[in-house]
Design a protein around this ligand. Structure first.
Ligand code: ADP
Length: 333
C-alpha cells in the first residue's frame, strides 16, 4: 500500500480523506485557499477605487506620513472621497496625525470597516489594533504582507476617488510586497528632503518604482528651508533645491516644496492637519498645488478626476450605511 507522501498531491478538494487528514499539506492547502480568496476579494475591493497612489520615501524621517496625511486632507477638501492605508506597519503614524488615535475598527456582515477620520477620510492602520502605545510590531516580512493583504481585501473601503498608501520607508521587502499587492496602482509620490544624502536615497526610490512598472507622479521636497517668524530670514537647514535637482536629472515631475515649519510638526502632534488649521500657510498652499498636479496626472491618463460625492460624503459620513461607527465590535489582530 502506498503511503500518504506518495499519493498526496496537496490538493484536498478531490481527496476523500480531507476531513480527517492531519498532514501538514492540508494546512498549506487551506492557507492557499484563504490567500486565493483574499486575492479575489482584493481585486474586487480595489476595483471600486478610482486612483491608488503610493507615498514612498527612500528612508524614514523625511515626512512621508506627514505628506500622506495632509495630502489626504487636501484632496478631501477638494471634494474627493479619500481613503488612507497606513502600510507603515512598523511605525504607524497616520491615526495620530489625523487625530484618530483610540479609534477602533468595526466589523459587520460584509467585512471590517475603515475608521472614519476628518472630512470622512477612511483610514486603516495597525495602530487601531495595538493595545498599548509602546507595543511594537515585531513581524517578519511575510506576516506584514499578510496583514496588508487583509487590510486591502477584507476591509470594506467602498467607492473612493483616491486611496493613498503610506508605504514603509526604504526599498526593501516590506514596501516591495505592498507595491506588488495593489493592482493597477496609478503611481507613486516620492518624498525627500533637500540634503545630498537624501538625494542619493531618493534616486533609489525612483528606480524602485520604475522597476516595478509604477509611474512616478513626482517628487515632493519636504523640510525645504525654514523662515524665521521673527525676522523673516530663510535658513536652508537641510540645504536647498535637492528635490528639484533630482527631478530634473531623472526626468520626473517636481510637485512642490513644503517648508520646515514648527506648525507642521505641532499640527501632526495635535492630530489636526495644517491644511485645515492654517489654509493660508505656505505649507498648506504647497499641498493645494500638489493636489492640482495629481489631478493633472490622473487627468492625463484619461481618467475621471471630478470629485464624485466627496462633499456629500463629508456631511453624510455619520449616516452612511456601509461605514458604521461606535460599534461594539472590533477587529482582532
Ligand atoms: P516619515 O513618515 O518619513 O518617517 P514623518 O512624517 O513621521 O516622517 O515625520 C517625521 C517628523 O517630522 C514628525 O514629527 C513630523 O511632524 C515632522 N515633520 C514632517 N514634515 C515637517 C515639516 N515640513 N516641518 C516641520 N516638521 C515636519
Amino acid at each position: 500500500m502506498k503511503n500518504l507522501a506518495e499519493t498526496c498531491g496537496g490538493d484536498c478538494s478531490s481527496c476523500g480523506k480531507a476531513e480527517t487528514c492531519t498532514d501538514g499539506r492540508k494546512r498549506e492547502y487551506e492557507q492557499r485557499k484563504i490567500v486565493e480568496k483574499q486575492k479575489t476579494l482584493l481585486k474586487a475591493r480595489m476595483g471600486q477605487i478610482k486612483h491608488k497612489i503610493a507615498v514612498v520615501s527612500g528612508k524614514g524621517g523625511v515626512g512621508k506620513s506627514t505628506v500622506t496625511a495632509n495630502l489626504a486632507v487636501a484632496l478631501a477638501k477638494h471634494g474627493y472621497k479619500v481613503g488612507v492605508l497606513d502600510a507603515d506597519i512598523y511605525g504607524p503614524c497616520i491615526p495620530k496625525m489625523l487625530g484618530m488615535r483610540g479609534e477602533r475598527l468595526n466589523v459587520g456582515p460584509p467585512g471590517a470597516f475603515p475608521a472614519a477620520g476628518p472630512l470622512g477620510i477612511r483610514v486603516v492602520s495597525i495602530d487601531f489594533l495595538l493595545s498599548e502605545d509602546d507595543t511594537p510590531v515585531i513581524w517578519r516580512g511575510p506576516l506584514v504582507t499578510g496583514a496588508i493583504r487583509q487590510f486591502l481585501s477584507e476591509f470594506v473601503w467602498g467607492q473612493l476617488d483616491f486611496l493613498l498608501i503610506d508605504l514603509p520607508p526604504g526599498t526593501g521587502d516590506a514596501p516591495l510586497s505592498v507595491m506588488q499587492l495593489i493592482p493597477e496602482m496609478d503611481g507613486a509620490i516620492i518624498v525627500t528632503i533637500p540634503s545630498e544624502i537624501s538625494q542619493i536615497v531618493v534616486k533609489k526610490a525612483i528606480t524602485f518604482s520604475r522597476q516595478l512598472g509604477i509611474p512616478v507622479i513626482g517628487i515632493v521636497e519636504n523640510m525645504s528651508g525654514f523662515v524665521c517668524p521673527k525676522c523673516g530670514f530663510k535658513v536652508e537647514v537641510f540645504g536647498s533645491g535637492g528635490g528639484l535637482a533630482v527631478a530634473e536629472e531623472l526626468s520626473v515631475p517636481f510637485l512642490g516644496s513644503i517648508p520646515l515649519d514648527p506648525a507642521v510638526c505641532d499640527s501632526s502632534d495635535w492630530g489636526v492637519s495644517f491644511a485645515m488649521k492654517d489654509p493660508d500657510s505656505a505649507a498648506a498652499k504647497a499641498f493645494a498645488s500638489i493636489v492640482s498636479k495629481i489631478e493633472e496626472f490622473v487627468g492625463a491618463k484619461g481618467a475621471e478626476v471630478t470629485p464624485s460625492e466627496g462633499l456629500k460624503q463629508r456631511i453624510a459620513m455619520e449616516d452612511e450605511p456601509d461605514v458604521p461607527r461606535n460599534s461594539e465590535k472590533t477587529v482582532k489582530p
